[in-house]
Write a protein that binds this ligand. Sequence first.
Ligand code: FES
Length: 70
Amino acid sequence: MVLSARDAVRTDTALFWALRNELDLKGSWYGNGAGMCGTWTVHIDGQATFACQMAIEGLADSEITTIESL
Ligand code: FES
């Protein structure tokens, strides 16, 4: 699935929680949350990023690709 960060409602959360809880994209699982396992990797404007480590604030104009699009 390719979406815009504008699709999320809350802006005060990590991208991971916005995707999972607000947009119901549950194709990946939360791992260690420390930015080491990569279980919740998404592409933001084509760059692989750990969604657990990324605040959604500031991503409004970004294109986010999740595992659901594979
Ligand atoms: S949950 Fe493991 S890197 Fe984010």
